[in-house]
Ligand binder design. Structure first.
Ligand SMILES: Cc1ncc(COP(=O)(O)O)c(C=O)c1O
Length: 297
């Protein structure tokens, strides 16, 4: 591979160099594996606004982003990105106020909840601003094998019953509108089973295989129970790069999330036969001043 040294020399740092042909091949391959579901891009893994925009333009499959903070969501919205799901519950009062103002101008931004106290907090802000919050419930997708916990304890909402009761309580808040469910199976998506330790890999693969069934069944039960209560949802989000293939097979899921698939060597090996997309990143800490060049080598 010939690196265009002169091109690199002339760039302002920080800079991210991408092999655009490899990226585009990977974009098509991932879109083809989504089995008709749309894909939301995890911004915590793709730290480049031009890259996010490039991916979203490449195919109708790539719809919206999953943001890691309300501050980032407000910034992305100001930069022209709509359809944002903030994946982690936030109590950033200042940024939440700002978000409600975007909501009044028609923004499509959804915030995550998993706790009653948080609902009252969000309701007070939305009421103050005479606006509303679109809400997504974070459902814990950990698996329990006879007392052995396999998962990350993301949310206190671990059973269908708890999720349904919580969803019903959201309806008591006039300025909160429940529109989605997220069930992220971190133990499948984020735990590698390709290391140099074959016994450990074998055990993790077995655990994952058993966990997939439970995860799908739980997510389906939750969605069914909410529908039975007359609760209408616009989306059911699931998965991450490492679970792309299995999450896509869950009929209850309407959209998948991926991010690191396009830039992480680890995933590109496990989702054979991918090529790594970036050539390299130079001093990349934050993406607000990151220059990106899409190059052919
Ligand atoms: C809620 C959620 N969904 C999906 C992902 C997957 O992201 P990636 O595909 O970049 O691993 C993550 C990663 O932490 C996450 O927190």
């Amino acid at each position: 591979m010939n690196l265009p040294v002169d091109l690199i020399k002339s760039q302002t740092l920080p800079a991210l160099f991408l092999d655009v042909d490899a990226l585009n091949r990977n974009l098509n391959a991932i879109a083809n594996r989504s089995q008709g579901k749309t894909i939301r891009l995890a911004t915590k893994s793709i730290r480049s606004l031009p890259l996010l925009k490039h991916i979203m333009k490449s195919s109708q499959t790539y719809q919206g982003v999953m943001s890691y903070s309300v501050e980032e969501a407000n910034w992305l919205y100001a930069e022209g990105i709509d359809d944002i799901l903030v994946a982690y519950p936030s109590t950033d009062r200042h940024e939440l106020h700002k978000l409600t103002r975007h909501m009044k101008t028609g923004a499509n931004i959804t915030v995550m909840v998993d706790d009653d106290e948080h609902l009252s907090f969000l309701q007070a802000i939305a009421h103050d601003e005479q606006s509303q919050f679109c809400i997504c419930i974070d459902v814990d997708m950990s698996t329990n094998f006879n007392g052995f916990h396999f998962g990350v304890r993301r949310s206190p909402l671990r059973t269908t019953e708890k999720v349904v009761q919580f969803a019903k309580r959201i309806q008591n808040y006039p300025n909160l509108k429940l529109i989605g469910i997220m069930g992220y199976e971190a133990q499948l998506a984020g735990v590698t089973d390709y290391s140099d330790q074959s016994i450990k890999d074998f055990a993790i693969k077995r655990l994952k295989k058993a966990s997939v069934k439970q995860v799908h069944s739980k997510r389906q039960q939750v969605v069914k129970a909410l529908r039975k209560e007359g609760i209408k949802l616009s989306f059911i989000n699931g998965g991450g790069t490492g679970s792309l293939m299995t999450t896509a097979q869950d009929p209850s899921v309407t959209e998948l999330t991926v991010g690191s698939v396009f830039i992480s060597q680890h995933y590109l090996i496990t989702i054979h036969p991918f090529n790594t997309t970036p050539l390299f990143t130079l001093h990349c800490r934050s993406y607000e001043n990151l220059q990106v060049r899409f190059i052919r080598v």
